[in-house]
Write a protein that binds this ligand. Structure first.
Ligand code: CP
Length: 317
């Protein structure tokens, strides 16, 4: 008998989009869909995670991811602890592994971790018994960002398959670009990478996607324009001649946007730098910009991830 695929996401951790099956991605998106409607109600409190403990451990700054994970856990009924790195013993020299083992000894059920080094969250996951969610590790992956972007696209366009998505800007340093590329391709979209040669990864041909160094050529006929921030905190040395020159060549303006489809959706993971990678007029276009939808979907997607990763606790496995 042919093996029936398991349609549900049943993993211990969510560390990356790489390796996820499209069925697992669809399961998380379908689950998040239910939470979108729930989050629009006045009474948002559920008891799905009642009695469970979630710790948010952020070694890098965050507005959207950290707040939405906190809201997600609280709306599902978990006890949520936000650990501030600046106020912790990490500042006294405690290592990542020692911090992980210390937190593990307090029996959390989910650990949400952001770290500046690629691979750090996966390393930490080896030292704890609970579910670990990667909230962004260096320039490696930001899986929940890609999931919330996918949910935004699916709701605004009704599908992901068959769409052409241009990911534009500082692809080299972007974990968002990497996770989105993997997820969108897995779900049947055509992805293009657009940016200056200095901000496209070396050996770009291994990505096996069309790449463009001319913004208008890259946007030609695309359905989704996904802009990326210049990740100056990950840059050593100069990658662009000047911010002014970068905006002139790669900033998304109404004029450059004319190259895309007339109804192309504008996305940005945030935080945005207006006048650097995006013109404020484009970002605030209420018909075409999905930037605030992305923020809303972030809470629903993170609720779905916490729900899925703790299912086995409720099933009594
Ligand atoms: N998109 C994103 O990760 O934003 P924050 O850095 O504010 O969490």
């Amino acid at each position: 008998m042919p093996e029936t695929p398991d349609l549900a996401f049943r993993r211990r951790h969510l560390l990356a989009i790489e390796g996820l099956h499209p069925f697992e991605i669809a399961d998380l998106l379908d689950c998040a869909e239910g939470y979108v409607a729930h989050n629009r109600k006045s009474d948002k409190k559920l008891s799905t995670l009642r009695g469970l403990t979630q710790i948010n451990l952020f070694y890098e700054n965050s507005t959207r991811t950290r707040t939405s994970f906190e809201l997600a856990g609280k709306r599902l009924g978990a006890d949520v602890v936000n650990m501030s790195v600046s106020g912790s013993s990490i500042k006294k020299g405690e290592t990542l592994i020692d911090t992980a083992m210390t937190l593990n000894a307090m029996h959390p059920d989910a650990l949400v971790v952001r770290h500046g080094e690629s691979g750090a969250v996966a390393l930490l996951a080896h030292h704890v018994r609970c579910a670990v969610i990667n909230a962004g590790d260096g320039s490696h992956e930001h899986p929940t960002q890609a999931l919330l972007d996918a949910l935004t696209i699916r709701r605004r366009r009704g599908r992901i398959e068959g769409l052409t998505v241009a990911i534009c800007g500082d692809v080299l340093h972007s974990r968002v670009a990497r996770s989105n590329l993997l997820l969108l391709q897995a779900m049947g979209a055509s992805v293009r990478l657009v940016g200056p040669p200095t901000l496209l990864p070396p050996a770009i041909e291994t990505f096996q996607v069309p790449t463009f160094t001319d913004m208008r050529e890259g946007l030609e006929g695309c359905d989704i324009v996904m802009m990326l921030r210049l990740q100056t905190e990950r840059m050593q040395g100069s990658f662009v001649p000047s911010v002014r020159e970068y905006f002139r060549l790669y900033g998304l303006t109404p004029d450059k946007l004319k190259a895309a489809k007339p109804d192309a959706l504008i996305m940005h993971p945030g935080p945005m730098n207006r006048g650097v990678e995006i013109d404020g007029v484009v970002a605030d276009d209420i018909d075409r910009s999905a930037i605030l939808d992305q923020v809303e979907m972030g809470v629903a997607v993170r609720m779905a991830c916490l729900d899925a990763l703790t299912r086995h606790l409720r099933d009594g496995d």
